[in-house]
Write a protein that binds this ligand. Structure first.
Ligand code: CP
Ligand code: NVA
Length: 309
């Protein structure tokens, strides 16, 4: 049966942990300059109707490193932009390419696409979830500090797609997530209710950050919310991750941000550009974590690499 990755709940905790370990191995192989090309003669289609730097570049580059080819489709230059149904596009692409990444607004769009697709579908961000980013984030923490299991993570800011994926991650990787969000900008209540044993919600950044091992934030103005910019900036006053917030956290805490970041708004420059920040590793790990994901979804039998370095 075809597997998709629309949220972190599509894989079991065992599969997710295996994927993180595999990402670390694939990174080691890549950095050692050893070629590994399990996607020769395969094609990845990327349907993006929102902007992207990291997601697009990491998927295209990763698939190239795997020996395959990728095709980028935006609504402006495909028939999707002229109203061809998603159901039809899914069936057409299933007959031509091998795997699809979609970045769009409504999460229902990726659900519908996956229902009609006979090839794996990856969520490259929707308004509701951004699961690929979490793979890179968990890989980054694992490489830096070891297992995230039992750790405390503080989410400071909007209850957005990234926050939702951190909630799913808290359940799947068994850590405690403390969210500080302004009233009116909390994450989805249904998702919170399902994950109450791993997640606490409040509106005080300092108490959320207390003794945290990771402090994480994201933009206050998500893609598609540009019209709300002024009201959002006002609502998030006091939610900037600054030195005072980081001082509440554990001494070996790391600061995370999926990027793009807006210095002076959700994070101060001395935090994101400071010694506790791991944001560049998070971004670089998108490449490796997604290669592990592609290998998994494509059912590639795992080559055991010899550790020669
Ligand atoms: N973090 C992330 O998904 O970045 P892009 O929007 O640049 O892809
Ligand atoms: N929450 C942000 C993430 C960007 C990668 C957005 O949806 O715009």
């Amino acid at each position: 049966m075809v597997r998709h990755f629309l949220t972190l709940m599509d894989l079991s905790p065992v599969e997710l942990n295996g994927l993180i370990q595999r990402a670390i191995e694939l990174k080691r192989e890549y950095l050692a300059g050893r070629a590994y090309e399990p996607m020769r003669n395969k094609t990845l289609a990327m349907i993006f109707d929102k902007s992207s730097t990291r997601t697009r570049v990491s998927f295209e580059t990763g698939f190239t490193q795997f020996g395959g080819n990728s095709i980028f489709l935006s609504p402006a230059d495909s028939q999707l932009g002229r109203g061809e149904p998603i159901e039809d596009t899914a069936r057409v692409l299933s007959g031509m390419v091998d795997i699809v990444v979609i970045r769009t607004g409504p999460h229902e769009m990726v659900d519908t696409f996956a229902t009609y697709s006979s090839i794996p579908v990856i969520n490259g961000l929707t308004d509701s979830f951004h699961p690929c980013q979490l793979l890179a984030d968990i890989q980054t923490y694992s490489e830096r500090r070891g297992t995230i299991r039992g750790r405390k993570v503080a989410w400071i800011g909007d209850g957005n797609n990234m926050c939702h994926s951190w909630i799913n991650a808290a359940r799947q990787f068994e850590f405690n997530l403390h969210i500080a969000a302004p009233i009116g900008y909390e994450p989805d209540p249904g998702l919170l209710a399902q994950n109450g044993s791993h997640v606490e919600l409040g509106d005080d950044p300092l108490s959320a950050a207390k003794d945290a091992h990771i402090v994480v934030t994201d933009t206050w103005v998500n893609m598609g919310q540009e019209q709300e910019r002024i009201s959002r900036i006002a609502a998030f006053e006091g939610f900037c991750v600054n030195r005072a917030v980081m001082q509440q956290a554990a001494t070996d805490a790391v600061f995370m941000h999926c990027l793009p970041a807006y210095r002076g708004f959700e994070v101060e420059a001395d935090v994101i550009d400071g010694p506790q920040s791991v944001v560049w590793e998070q971004a670089a790990n998108r490449l490796h974590a997604q290669k592990a994901l592609i290998e998994f979804l494509m059912g590639v039998p795992r080559t055991e690499f010899e550790q020669t370095d």
